[in-house]
Design a protein. Structure first.
Length: 290
């Protein structure tokens, strides 16, 4: 037996099959590692770097140095300290947006797919109309109409993402509701809500898990974009998109660090969430596992 074959044999013996399959998704593992590093950085960073994110006593537009590894911004605030707080805020906003969109989409999709008929037709026509508008544009319109605040930005993005979750869950329900298991439950008089909760909802967890991870990537990017154009989180609150906006005018004069470092963290978060989402989709899809 070759060394590679022996390693695979031991892995199959010592690890559960799903763990072996998880390690086989290299993109998923890479995304999880990068994401773990970023989350630990956001949590432990403020404890290591004691600089205040709001103090303006560090010198205006100082270049990166040992005292301030990411330099300072146009009012003398430490960019590294602000990045640490901004990552925490952006992750929190992304989690709230993802939770709202996933829960709302799951409820509507389950109801629409199970009930069917005119209700399903009406829901899907509304979903089609909403999905005909890019999610960012739809969220931007809603946020501007309802008010230029961080709370309205969160609600607007969650509303814009919900149709995607509705369509995904509905498609799962349509493929499941005609199964003998569901027909038998109906025949013996099982209430519809029990069928939905016991049989249909658990079978949507895999697709919802993968899609919710992609929602997180979308939310990080769209939150930053909306804050960049002034619709969302406003300065002086540390937020990655707002920080890029604040420093964008300084790039041409050579103070690149004010915008570049927040931009790198946005890119890292989005890429890691996309890797995790794509990996989970491949891992949880039974067809991809043979």
């Amino acid at each position: 037996m070759s060394i590679a074959a022996e390693i695979q044999f031991r892995r199959r013996i010592l690890l559960p099959s799903w763990v072996s399959g998880l390690f086989g998704e290299h993109g998923l593992v890479a995304g999880l590692i990068v994401l773990a590093v970023l989350v630990l950085t956001a949590i432990l960073g403020p404890k290591i770097d004691q600089s205040s994110a709001t103090s303006t006593a560090f010198g205006i537009l100082s270049a990166p140095s040992g005292a301030h590894p990411f330099g300072t911004d146009e009012v003398g605030r430490d960019v590294l300290a602000r990045v640490f707080e901004a990552i925490q805020l952006d992750l929190l906003l992304a989690l709230v947006i993802c939770a709202l969109a996933t829960c709302a989409g799951a409820i509507i999709g389950l109801f629409s797919g199970f009930v069917g008929g005119i209700v399903d037709l009406a829901v899907m026509r509304l979903v089609d109309v909403m999905m005909s508008i890019p999610a960012f544009i739809l969220a931007l319109i809603i946020a501007v109409v309802l008010g230029n605040t961080g709370q309205t930005m969160v609600l607007a993005l969650a509303f814009a993402y919900t149709p995607v979750a509705v369509r995904i869950v509905r498609s799962q329900v349509l493929s499941l509701r005609e199964l003998p298991m569901i027909e038998t439950s109906r025949a013996i008089g099982t209430p519809g809500w029990q069928i939905v909760l016991w049989h249909l909802l658990p079978n949507t967890y895999s697709v919802l898990t993968a899609q919710s991870t992609l929602f997180l990537a979308w939310a990080i990017l769209d939150t930053a974009a909306m804050s960049f154009i002034g619709v969302g989180v406003h300065p002086p609150t540390p937020e990655l998109g707002a920080m890029i906006s604040e420093g964008s005018q300084d790039i041409v004069s050579g103070q690149w660090w004010v915008s570049i470092f927040p931009g790198l963290f946005i890119a890292s978060l989005v890429i890691s969430f996309n890797l995790v989402g794509d990996g989970l989709r491949d891992f949880l899809d039974p067809r991809s596992r043979g």
